[in-house]
Ligand binder design. Structure first.
Ligand code: ATP
Ligand code: MG
Length: 424
């Protein structure tokens, strides 16, 4: 290594998904996606970066995400860009841009899978690049839709074997009842002994203060007015239907009157999936109804509901519950040629096996027989094809069962069919 070269490391708050962990990560994404596909959600991909204003308006000027967590930059052409901190604003932008809400049935049901970027304080379960699978049902107001999404997420976590999670549920009211509550809460908060920052938050976004995790703040919040006591008849009835549908589906939930998403366009149903084995980064997924968002980003009224499930934290939740998912074997057959002629022939065999759907690999780099057999064992393959030039002169290879050590000669011209039969 030359003196000015240094080993690089992944940027703070990011990490590599290595082959040993990849099967679990992929299985989690698939487990999240499978129930959505069965419920008629179509897959959508949006760019990793967008006009920064989409997020300041679509996520909200007063949120932590926009005030301090955004990865923003100016391009060489002078455009103000941000890496996406979440998926909903982009998906809604794409829906409006492509007029999906005009050409098909409502709701437009969409799901996505991808990385998100937030400039957070990195720690276990909290990264600057992390992965979410998300779902949005756009353009319909129906308690069945809210219930459907919660049920689908519950099914997804359960299909992975997870059990130690809880669903927290609340209603945030609507344009009619929330302002009344907001004013009452603000009155209450003004009477408390809060620091400067929290006072400011109480003026801009009072519901967010309820979510403050600090014990001294929580202690003062005892006796604060609760939204549930201010819900209008419409919101009450709507919420009751969501609760009944969940109960009928056998999905248990806890009413949490303090659960908030403190933005004006989040309305009615709001929920979070929390896992009890993760310490303070306990939210593995969350979502809710956002009836005002479309109008906030220049669209028509499109009442919608959605969620985003965290892949990284769900992987940690699996670890916490001691669940290991069966990883599919990567290699079925491993070829060990002994000699130059054998190398050419077995390379052809491996190519043919792969083309016929059998996973196969070969020893590379001109290793000796001992190192080559060790490589075969390490590959995890069930079968090794071992052949020297003399075997091949007789039209044979040795087929070795790596689990028992038994070895039998097989004619080269029936090798592929023989292996395919054995692997069935
Ligand atoms: P938290 O309260 O933990 O910061 P959040 O409310 O910011 O979570 P959402 O925006 O609702 O999270 O995102 C949905 C899910 O994405 C979360 O429940 C969590 O599982 C995951 N998530 C959010 N931020 C991160 C992060 N920085 N690193 C890893 N996963 C994250
Ligand atoms: Mg956060």
């Amino acid at each position: 290594m030359s003196s000015n070269s240094q080993a690089f490391q992944a940027i703070k708050g990011t990490y590599d998904i290595l082959p040993a962990d990849a099967p679990t990560v992929l299985a989690v994404r698939e487990a999240f996606a499978a129930p959505l596909r069965r419920a008629g959600y179509g897959y959508i991909e949006t760019p990793v970066f967008e006009d920064i204003n989409l997020f300041s308006r679509g996520v909200g000027e007063s949120t932590d995400i926009v005030t301090k967590e955004m990865f923003a930059f100016t391009t060489l052409g002078g455009e103000r860009i941000a890496l996406r901190p979440e998926g909903t604003a982009s998906v809604l932008r794409a829906t409006l841009e492509a007029n999906l809400h005009r050409v098909g049935n409502l709701p437009v049901k969409l799901w996505y899978s991808g990385s998100q970027y937030r400039y957070e304080k990195p720690q276990k379960g909290r990264y600057r690049q992390f992965w979410q699978v998300g779902a949005e049902a756009i353009g319909a107001e129906d308690p069945a839709l809210d219930a459907e999404l919660i049920i689908l997420a519950d099914d997804a976590y359960r299909s992975l074997g997870l059990r130690n999670f809880r669903i927290l549920l609340n209603s945030l009211g609507d344009r009619e009842c929330r302002p009344v509550y907001r004013a009452a809460l603000q009155d209450f908060l003004r009477g408390l002994d809060l620091d400067e920052d929290t006072r400011r938050r109480a003026e801009i976004n009072p519901l967010r203060v309820l979510d403050d995790k600090r014990p001294d703040v929580q202690a003062q919040l005892v006796g604060a007015p609760m939204l549930v006591d201010y819900l209008c008849e419409g919101c009450k009835a709507y919420h009751e239907q969501v609760r009944e549908l969940l109960t009928a589906a056998g999905v248990a939930f806890e009413d949490d009157p303090k659960l908030v998403r403190g933005l004006d366009y989040y309305t009615r149903t709001t929920f979070e999936f929390v896992h009890d084995g993760l310490g303070s980064q306990s939210a593995v997924g969350g979502g809710g109804r956002y009836d005002g968002l479309s109008e906030m980003i220049g669209g028509p009224a499109l009442p919608s509901v959605g969620w985003a499930l965290g892949v990284d934290r769900t992987v940690l939740a699996l670890e916490a519950e001691g669940i290991t998912l069966d990883a599919p074997a990567t290699t079925d057959v491993f070829a060990v040629p002994l000699g130059e002629q054998a190398r050419r022939v077995l390379f052809g065999t491996v190519t043919q096996l792969r083309r016929e759907g059998v996973s196969a690999d070969i020893v590379y780099g001109g290793k000796g027989i001992k190192a080559a057999m060790k490589a075969a064992d390490r590959s995890g393959a069930r079968w090794a094809i071992v052949a020297g030039d003399r075997d091949l002169a007789e039209g044979n290879v040795q087929l070795k069962d790596l689990s028992t050590g038994d070895q039998t000669p097989v004619a080269l011209d029936v090798l592929v069919t023989t292996l395919k039969e054995k692997l069935q």
